[in-house]
Design a protein around this ligand. Sequence first.
Ligand SMILES: Nc1ncnc2c1ncn2[C@@H]1O[C@H](COP(=O)(O)OP(=O)(O)O)[C@@H](O)[C@H]1O
Ligand SMILES: [Mg+2]
Length: 409
Amino acid sequence: MPKQILLVDDDEMLRKMTRALLARQGFDVIAVEDGPKTLDQLKTTRPDIILLDVMMPGMDGFTVCREIRANPATARIPIIMLTALDSVENKVKGFEAGADDYLAKPCDTIELVARINVLIRRAEAQAPQIAVPATTIARETARTIAVFSLRGGAGVSTISVNVAAGLSQLWEMQVALVDMVAVAGQSALFLNQSLRNTWTDLCKMEVIDEDAVLSAMLPHESRVRTLASPRRPEESELLTTEKVRTTLELLRSTFPYVVLDMPHDLSERSLTALDQSDIILIITQPEIASLRAASMAMEIFEALKFNEHKKVYIILNWTFPRHGLAFKDIERMLKSKIDLILPYAADEFVTALNIGNPPVLSDPESPLGVIFEDIAMALSKDAQLKVRPERPTMAWKRVTERIRNKKQK
Ligand SMILES: Nc1ncnc2c1ncn2[C@@H]1O[C@H](COP(=O)(O)OP(=O)(O)O)[C@@H](O)[C@H]1O
Ligand SMILES: [Mg+2]
């Protein structure tokens, strides 16, 4: 079911724009223009969240917020205050009135949607829960790695495919590569797989079970199995949150490793996938907009308390040749340290994409091959790292040799 938003703004133009923008993101939006109409509306509807303008003639946003909080029936609905006045004083006043969050207008769409989703989930998590019977808890054995960036073109797909292939080579195991990009995803393209089956075929099935999921995945000689993005944009609607959750749960109990090529948003679907991940790789580039997107993602992950149960790493991907920013400035902007740097390698990646063969497979001993083999090892399950495999793969021998050489230095 789509989440419902009650949008309150006296400015007709802004109200219409925000409404259209949120509707496009899949929300069900009710829009009203003032405080009294808001309180009226709340007598008959129970929205999942309220977006409340501060400056309105008659009753201002702070007053409306206090009224909503004072009524036990509406007291728990999350509220985001929206204002043209981005002052600390207003922010404090908003929180005192009982708002959960505060955003300056006009807001960035990605940020607004992310904050809406975060608050709705937090409210749901705090609602009284129905106990889950022990038998429905999945026998989760997989390690799930989500590769993520709020901006496109950062190298998310490139890295996902190479990590998945790296893991399959290292452990000679089947690895699930899941294209979470519901419109024009490209995971399968990187492995030159024809789109015989996609998410669409899976979502059209009456029952989604292990067999259904496996039959929808595209095989590859590397042992990577891809669940590909739908062929046509309109098919993306079939990928409901529920279906995505079920599929990922099944994959996690079937494959030892699941790699998620994530879309560049924090939609409900994306959050569901991130929720099920053990490791999140945030990909960023050495330019301001990309760094800002990465630090925004980190802030949101912190708000979601992801850091308590998941490992979040940052990869700086040098997608262009000349560097504009100094390394220390980059880390300062991120307010965090970078865990890994991927060098600029346009020729190698373009060739890899054209022939549909990622560097970690086509040339594992090239500089890029080495990097991805090492990443794959670093992301492997602890249990696998502790003991020498009975039949070590070539990849395992190469990585182990490199680690030994480094230690000796
Ligand atoms: N380190 C790099 N050096 C040069 N080009 C890169 C690098 N990483 C990625 N690219 C290129 O950037 C483009 C976008 O990469 P892609 O993986 O599709 O990004 P995303 O999935 O984040 O949109 C591709 O053409 C890819 O070949
Ligand atoms: Mg991509």
